[in-house]
Design a protein around this ligand. Structure first.
Ligand code: PHB
Length: 390
């Protein structure tokens, strides 16, 4: 009898132990982004930003291990992104969906997040409408209207009167075009013409030639960050637009800190607006840059994609801490609303109304600093909300 009791006692202990181990399951984060194909740099930067955060903050929160699963969409590929989100939820039992470099992929996953009540942390995709597509979305990056309205205001204030608009023909480009037009015209400026170029493999030569023949005072450009900026700048120089006296202004996507290192002197003096520059002078950014090098070596240069991912991790760690490791979709969203982060870009707040980020927009100029081309901040607009929201 004594032996039997002992066995039962031991069995109960084992069962309790197993229960304890179950409670100690990792918190899983599924990161959906392109890691190959024309936008591979988005996924690479996301991963590098995530590794940077984990280097600084470890991989255990509230007693639970953090596990990150990466899914390569090869995109833009909305259907693949959607399928991956479903698999992450059903098979991998993730607690968070995260990543989302490209607008079409974020939009495709929004209904999946709603259906499964999974918090979806947008680390880049920047079309205004995205956060309205699911109550489970919070964005820690930026929106195109947020970047573009301050640039149009700056241009009008600095004596530019006539602008030709060139944007990529999809969500963020259309947001950029509409916001630039509205803000610039309201400030007394004129839009002489506007053109939308294909998202995939655009050949810039005919479009740039057309701008040259129209002879506007300036061209405003939005292109998604990555290799397109390099080929645009090369064609702009070859066709002699600067020599013809046509100024160029853009959102920071055109000269992101990763690509800028491979661009030439034709970028010197280029004015852009953006939420992050590696040249941003703050203790948080210094610590970020040092940890980035430690976690990733010096091959990859950090940019705003990496910072978006780093801040997304900060947000998810904070949710896990506040919920003591028990992630629930609705409770997670309540924690995210109004959350403040000390980002490498400066202070950010997640707007409790829209779940979009409120932050400083910087006006920067490309300059050579210690032999490197850098986006040097010289003016700013503080506490900017997304002006694209109704
Ligand atoms: C987007 O698809 O929303 C996007 C991609 C790259 C950028 C900005 C926006 O640089």
């Amino acid at each position: 009898m004594r032996v039997l009791m002992k066995t039962v006692f031991l069995a109960v202990l084992v069962a309790l132990g197993a229960g304890g181990a179950f409670a100690q399951q990792p918190i899983r984060i599924g990161v959906i982004a392109p890691f190959s194909g024309p936008f591979a740099s988005v996924g690479q930067e996301f991963q590098a930003g995530i590794k940077t955060w984990m280097k600084q903050n470890g991989d255990v929160v509230a007693g639970r291990k953090i596990e990150v699963l990466y899914k390569d969409t090869t995109g833009p590929a909305p259907e693949i992104a959607k399928r991956m989100a479903q698999e992450l939820i059903v098979r991998d039992k993730v607690d968070f969906l995260a990543g989302f470099g490209l607008t079409p992929e974020a939009l495709a996953v929004a209904p999946v997040a709603t259906e499964a009540k999974k918090p979806m942390i947008v680390m880049n995709a920047a079309t205004s409408i995205i956060t309205t597509k699911s109550p489970y979305i919070a964005r820690v990056s930026v929106t195109l209207p947020q970047l573009t309205a301050p640039l149009a205001t700056w241009a009008a204030k600095n004596g530019i009167r006539q602008v030709y608009i060139l944007v990529s023909d999809y969500g963020p480009g259309i947001d950029a075009e509409e916001t630039f037009r509205k803000t610039f015209v309201a400030a007394g400026g004129t839009i002489v013409d506007a053109v939308r170029v294909p998202l995939q493999n655009p050949d810039f030569a005919p479009f740039i030639q057309r701008i040259k023949e129209t002879k506007p005072e300036a061209a405003f450009v939005f292109l998604p960050a990555g290799e397109q900026g390099i080929s645009f700048m090369k064609t702009f120089r070859e066709r002699g637009l600067a020599a013809a006296g046509i100024k160029l202004i853009a959102t920071g996507d055109l000269v992101d800190d990763n690509q800028l290192g491979s661009m030439g002197d034709e970028t010197l003096g280029l004015v852009t607006t953006h939420h992050y520059s590696v040249a941003h002078d703050s203790p948080e950014n210094k610590a970020f840059l040092a940890a980035f090098r430690e976690a990733n070596g010096t091959q990859l240069r950090p940019n705003f994609f990496a910072v978006g991912a780093y801040d997304g991790m900060a947000a998810m760690y904070e949710v896990a801490r506040k919920l003591e490791g028990n992630i629930d979709g609705d409770k997670a969203m309540a924690v995210l609303k109004g959350m403040k982060l000390a980002s490498p870009r400066g202070p950010v707040t997640i707007d409790p109304e829209t779940r979009d980020v409120i932050q400083t927009m910087y006006v920067r100029r490309v300059q050579r600093v210690d032999k490197e081309l850098r986006n040097v901040e010289f003016d700013k607009f503080e506490s900017v909300r997304d002006p694209g929201k109704p």
